[in-house]
Ligand binder design. Structure first.
Ligand SMILES: N#Cc1ccc(CCNc2nc3cc4nc(N)[nH]c(=O)c4cc3[nH]2)cc1
Length: 373
């Protein structure tokens, strides 16, 4: 533990990095996968399971929590950690992305965003300063700047407008965040699929005293090759001694290839959302449990797994639960999927420590391609 936010780069294997973030609430082993706890819960999971499954940190969403239960209420109840009983670090997204993707956006200008809640249609305004204030009321450990993420493909001038606005908002968030030793504020690199704009954004953020850098504006529908190209453009501009967080990513394949470019942190709803829809992630690839071929298959998903959901329940039972739309189906598959994601991250960290990450990446991708599940 540390009373400050520190990042220790422990080893590299090619451009892949092994590290540790130490904060007052705990240590985060990187490369790290952060389960998404949107409204203060990692859906269909007990947080004890999330912790035992290997997660050091979870993600919360400013947009959702500002609508319900509300930041001042969360503060009155002792902060998010107290309310949801998660003692470890929490990273909160700033709300911009969720406003664009979920709410009835009414206005976006220099001052911030004005939107209608997707919950009850109430009108809200969020400025960069209010986003940081809300994240402070939530007692968030790693706070994101407010930014504007544009869809891809898009006009270069639109991408440039949003990137420049996000840079100005980063400055305002940095002032609003002030000096909070045990906490961190990350800037978010924008610039879409435009190399010059990515470099401009990264250079601009480097002028601010930031504890880490998120790579935003990706995983918005662009081909994986474009996402990886933008990492190859952006990461060399960023300081090596600070963590890099690729937002909203991703599949195991995405994460392996992004670690290879130098990414340290990930978050994605995929393991939990797809688990609730009957999709299981395993060492040998994906299994669609809804498929009739599993109806009488008494094998577990993976008898060698340490996760009870993966090792102790038959595919036939999982198939029955999912087909019957029973809550236990989504619970067991979410548990399996998060365990697989954390097992993958542990394998990645071990491979970097032993300087054999490229081989690990190739073997894991090949195992997935072979299937035989
Ligand atoms: N199942 C499933 C599933 C659903 C959605 C996604 C894509 C998530 N992509 C994504 N999240 C993001 C969050 C973000 N937050 C902020 N503040 N800024 C971003 O540019 C940003 C970009 C993102 N890109 C991936 C998997």
């Amino acid at each position: 533990m540390s009373e400050n936010f520190t990042f220790n780069l422990k080893a590299t294997s090619g451009k892949a990095r092994l590290g540790e973030i130490t904060m007052p609430r705990g240590t985060i082993r990187t490369p790290a996968f952060m389960p998404v706890g949107t409204v203060g819960t990692v859906k269909a999971m007990y947080l004890d399971q999330v912790k035992e499954g290997g997660a050091d940190i979870i993600l919360g969403n400013t947009y959702h929590l500002m609508l319900r239960p509300g930041p001042e209420r969360v503060a009155r109840l002792g902060g998010l950690h107290e309310l949801i009983r998660w003692p470890g670090p929490i990273l909160t997204d700033s709300g911009g992305f969720q406003v664009m993707s979920l709410s009835g956006l009414r206005k976006l200008d220099e001052q911030g965003v004005t939107f209608k809640s997707h919950v009850d249609g109430s009108l809200h305004h969020m400025s960069p300063e209010r986003s940081i204030e809300i994240q402070g009321l939530l007692d968030s450990d790693i706070q994101m700047q407010l930014d504007e993420c544009v869809a891809l493909p898009n006009e270069p001038r639109e991408i440039e407008r949003a990137m420049e606005l996000s840079l100005r908002w980063a400055e305002r968030c940095r002032v609003a965040f002030g000096n909070q030793p045990g906490k961190a504020m990350f800037g978010i690199v924008q610039g879409g699929d435009q190399p010059a704009l990515r470099i401009r954004s990264a250079e601009g953020l480097k002028q601010l005293d930031l504890k880490g850098y998120s790579i935003g504006g990706l995983a918005v529908g662009e081909p994986q090759a474009v996402m990886l190209d933008m990492l190859r453009i952006t990461l060399p501009v960023l300081p090596t001694e600070k963590p890099r967080y690729l937002m909203g990513v991703g599949t195991p394949d995405d994460m392996l290839k992004s670690v290879a470019e130098g990414i340290d942190m990930f978050d994605c709803v995929m393991p939990t959302r797809s688990g609730r829809h009957g999709l299981a992630f395993t060492r040998r690839g994906k299994v669609n449990i809804r498929n009739a071929r599993h109806a009488e298959d008494m094998r577990p998903l993976d008898e060698q797994s340490s996760c009870p959901a993966t090792r102790d329940y038959s595919r036939a039972y999982l198939h029955h639960l999912v087909r019957s739309n029973e809550a236990l189906g989504g619970m067991l598959l979410s548990w399996n999927n998060l365990s697989y994601y954390q097992e993958l991250m542990q394998g990645i960290r071990q491979a970097i420590a032993e300087d054999r990450f490229e081989d690990f990446k190739a073997e894991t991708i090949e195992m997935w391609a072979r299937g035989d599940i």
